[in-house]
Design a protein around this ligand. Structure first.
Ligand SMILES: Nc1ncnc2c1ncn2[C@@H]1O[C@H](COP(=O)(O)OP(=O)(O)OP(=O)(O)O)[C@@H](O)[C@H]1O
Ligand SMILES: [Mg+2]
Length: 443
């Protein structure tokens, strides 16, 4: 049953490719034989680590019947891989076990990237072919009670460990199935991690903590993967333990520290296209749940107006994120979202809603060296004519790049005493005036 032939070649690259392909083939052969020999249903009642222990000898036996010469290390690896195929998520398992990986991006069955410390890297991980990849994707989504097939070729789901998964299959995915996994570490970043990573200065963090405690309405804005959700998590940690928090998300990924948290998650439509529950539905419902704080994972569309209205009508202290490149851009994004779903509001009234609802914008960016920085803390101070007026309180100014590629710059207070200081004072918080004059270099 040896499935490998001795092919001699002069190219080392070709050699490596062939031996990789041979090992892949061997793995699947062993896998198939294993499925013929063991009663999967019987063992699947056992806890996962026990199952692996029980089945391991059978895999080793099948492998020993094969004549392919393998080193001990190769043999061990192959056994693990076969077990990963049967009980886990196949080639993804080693990546899922690696705590330093924050994103796993399967781009084609031969092209798997990961993000580590803010940088994308290609990995050696490969799938046998598209149907292998699709099988693994089906396993991922079926584990969380969702399905993916031609009639619903796009899925957003959350794994039991809190990771967020997005999968798209053909015909929407042009070159074969696509899978993106955003990992969330078991211990979410703490405020001190953000200052250690130089995402902002301790002074800026103090200011933001005071703003959350004084029930300001805060919008975190940033691009994809900039760290909005992470930052929202950290800020929400400043909410007092005696407040009732309701969270609303498309795929629940917030990790709140408080105990009194009511968590809501949207639901997609069923096969007949019915039964969808949107963030807007949940938001309207949340208002009846006596929340002290409403935290919306990300405003994306029709819920924007309801969110602003909630912020304006007594549900202050709400927090959310929006996908935008600057505080000004965040305002236009909100304007478009509200305008799209409420034809009867004119532009000026929409802007008025925004101006009176939002107190603070926090802009986060992911820089070219993979680091995250708070680039703006900007307050929304009202309207002037038809425009929403804002003023920057803290900025990150980029000054250059070090010889090893790190972005250099400084966090600078603009010198403006924030208008919200009065509200902080009313809440019993007084910050030193020097905070709003400070400047900190990042080297
Ligand atoms: N300050 C930081 N330093 C280093 N890594 C960070 C920082 N903030 C977030 N990350 C990492 O960056 C990744 C993206 O973070 P997050 O999910 O918060 O971004 P996001 O802006 O909400 O993304 P999306 O647009 O996809 O919703 C995560 O893996 C997270 O652990
Ligand atoms: Mg997010």
């Amino acid at each position: 049953m040896a499935i490998t032939e001795d092919i001699r070649t002069n190219s080392p690259d070709l050699d490596r490719e062939t031996s990789k392909a041979r090992l892949q083939d061997l793995k699947f052969l062993v896998h198939r034989q294993l499925l013929d020999r063991i009663n999967l249903e019987a063992v699947s009642a056992l806890p996962l680590d026990r199952v692996r222990q029980e089945v391991r000898p059978s895999v080793a036996k099948i492998l020993s019947e094969d004549k392919t010469p393998l080193s001990l290390v190769e043999k061990d690896r192959l056994i693990e891989e076969v077990l990963d195929e049967v009980f886990g998520l196949g080639p993804l398992e080693p990546l899922l076990k690696d705590r330093s990986v924050s994103d796993i991006l399967v781009t084609t069955n031969r092209l798997v990237y990961v993000e580590r410390a803010g940088k994308l890297q290609r990995t050696a991980v490969e799938f046998k072919d598209n149907s292998h990849l699709q099988r693994i994707i089906e396993r991922v989504v079926s584990r969380v009670g969702r399905r993916i097939d031609e009639s619903s070729p796009m899925v957003d789901a959350r794994l039991p460990d809190g990771s967020r998964v997005n999968a798209v299959i053909p015909p929407l995915a042009v070159d074969g199935p696509l899978l993106s996994i955003r990992r969330f570490s078991k211990d979410p970043l703490r405020p001190s991690d953000l200052t250690n990573k130089l995402a902002l200065t301790p002074g800026m963090l103090d200011f933001l903590e005071s703003c959350v405690k004084s029930r300001l309405n805060v919008i975190i804005s940033g691009g994809t993967g900039a760290g909005k959700t992470t930052f929202l998590n950290v800020l929400s940690g400043f909410i007092a333990e005696d407040e009732r928090i309701v969270t609303i998300e498309d795929a629940a990924e917030l990790q709140m520290r408080q105990t009194h948290v009511a968590r809501l998650e949207t639901r997609p439509a069923n096969l007949e296209g019915r039964g969808a529950i949107t963030q807007r539905h949940l938001l309207i419902n949340a208002l009846r749940m006596r929340p002290d704080r409403i935290v919306v994972g990300e405003v994306r569309g029709e819920e924007a107006l309801d969110m602003l209205q909630a912020m304006n009508t007594g549900h202050d202290g709400s927090l959310t994120t929006v996908h935008a490149n600057s505080p000004r851009d965040a305002i236009s994004r909100l304007e478009v979202m509200v305008g799209m779903y409420s034809g009867n509001l004119n532009q000026r009234s929409i802007r008025q809603q925004i101006a009176s609802a939002v107190d603070l914008f926090i802009q986060i960016a992911r820089l070219s060296d993979g680091s995250r920085r708070v680039t703006h803390i900007t307050e929304c101070i009202g309207m002037e004519g038809d425009q929403v007026t804002t003023q920057d309180i803290f900025l990150f100014e980029r000054t250059g790049v070090s010889s090893d590629g790190r972005v250099l710059g400084r966090f600078r207070a603009t010198g403006v005493r924030p208008k919200v200081s009065d509200r902080l004072k009313a809440a019993g918080i007084e910050l030193p005036g020097s905070l709003f004059q400070s400047s900190t270099e990042v080297r």
